[in-house]
Design a protein around this ligand. Sequence first.
Ligand code: ADP
Ligand code: MG
Length: 646
Amino acid sequence: MSLSSSSSTAPTEEARSGSAQIVLRDLGKSFPGPPTVEVLRGVDLEIRQGEFVAIVGPSGSGKSTLLNVIALLDIATNGSYWFEGRPAPIAERQRARSRATSFGFVFQSFHLMARRTALENVETGLLYTGVRRDERRQRAREALAAVGLEHRMFARCETMSGGERQRVAIARAMIGRPAILIADEPTGNLDSAASEQVVANLKSAHAAGTTVVMVTHDDHLAATVPRTIQLRDGKVVADRSLAALHSGDRPTTHLRTGHPIPGRARVFDLVRDAVRGQLSRPGRTAGLVAAVTLAVALVVITLGLSASARAQVGSTFDARLNRSVSATYPSGTLASLSIAQASQFENELEDLAGVESAGVVLELDTGVLRNGSGAADSIVQAISPSLLDAAGASVRWAPGVTSLTPRTVVLGSILADQLDLGPLSLAPVVMVRGIDFQVVGIVDDGGRNPQLAGRISMSFTDIDGFGEISAAQIFVRTQAGAARQVGDQARLVLLPQAPESLEVEIPPDPVALREDIEDSVRSALLALSALTALMSILGVANALMLSVVERIGEIGLRRALGAGRRQILILSTSEAATVGVLGGVSGLFVGCAAIIGVTVVRGWQPVFDPRLGIVALGCGVLVGVLGGIPAALKAARIQPSDALRR
Ligand code: ADP
Ligand code: MG
């Protein structure tokens, strides 16, 4: 027994002086129940620098538990553990740091990232120590060469044999030049040929000065190891040294120089590793990206289409409503309105700034219209020359005619039908109050003055004898946006003595109306987008959570390699953000394509705001990161000792 007869629970002077690297005194470990499981019961053990120790014992005897405590993956519940002359760290962060710098790990299941290359896997062994990337790469090559796998450097691990994978794992464990190599049943999954190679690799690590502590089931293998410790029911029941193999002085002539701790992992390195990891699983990543794409595309479509629609609604309003003003004389003021005065309005209005066209309609008495055998009643009205244009009426003119002249009229199409008028080319005539008028035009649609379609309209010069003015209306077409101003000025022109009593109609303020329409459309679309975003956050959350559950071993191993909770959070969040960025970009493209599609079909002018790109990327990252939160929290809670047991 290398264990001294010391029965004290305090470390010996020898331990404190550092000649024993690992000193366990009366170490106990139990797992809280119920029922409480007492796995280690008073283990006393010393392991010196440069030893090669095999731990054997029946299944369930506590070998892995002991290894986890030694390797700072787990904490003992009682007794003491002195590591390299000091009490072993308890705090999670310090343990992570010590693991990263002092321990290398090899497990029965290799815990490699299957889709990444041997080189990348080995580099991970230094990721959490802050060694620079080029040095990591160089040392990964050396470590792979040391296990005889230089030629498989760029092979993805999923294409490798079990023996090769375990040797990659040994290279990963050794790249940090650990003081102690921890191996839990490293040959448990391998055939004998592969086992031999793995053991040869472990022995050469030992030969270079590394302490090796290995759990094994294989008695044959244990027999070739200098020292064997046997556990049963959580106690050391035997501790044999093979004198022939045990070179007692080796510990003091230990070759390991112990590289100084370079520092902390760089966030940039962690992010790059996460991005590469995510991209190495293209199938899974594509599914996640599709979910984010959907949400981002919908947001882009919502914002983009409402910009295009805004432009479109604007020009529609400009083309129609925004350009018309009409006014009606209150009946009380008609007595003071003379025909001579009214005949001047058109010119006066057209002199106002912003007026494109203006016209006046005066209603007179009712008359009977006759044409051959036909007869019809109509209010007779006088119209100024530009009235038909200003009201936007559509008129069919007789050949060669474009306006009213004396003794001609235009008839509403309703009257023309009642009178059975016949074609205009035959110069039909109607008689009103004994006077013949030639019909030179038919009004099919009165535009803003629909009554034109049911009346007879003549020029001001012909209205003597048709009675008093019974109603007067003015129609103005203005330039875009000038309607309100023209309306105000028209009052002064038309009824200077009482401008406020004139009934002026100006279309509703198009800006307000436009915003009304846009707001309702946009809020509906935004609600839809928010719903989609929520769904995709849930989808992403679910998928990322599954991915963490599948990768518990990998994440546990990263913890063993020295990653703290924070680094695991960075890993998970960066993976989620990668998905978010990719989804943001593809959502932007899909969204823009949809906007182009819709605007082409509707004949609109597409409007693209460059800020849409930023919004898309932001939305993508937001969806990804929010969706990644549950997975990240779960990943950060993974206990390496539990995870690596699998
Ligand atoms: P070995 O590696 O020797 O096969 P382990 O150290 O893995 O044994 O486990 C020893 C005992 O401790 C087993 O009975 C196991 O069920 C129990 N055990 C290990 N880990 C836990 C845990 N986290 N919670 C409860 N029991 C545990
Ligand atoms: Mg075990």
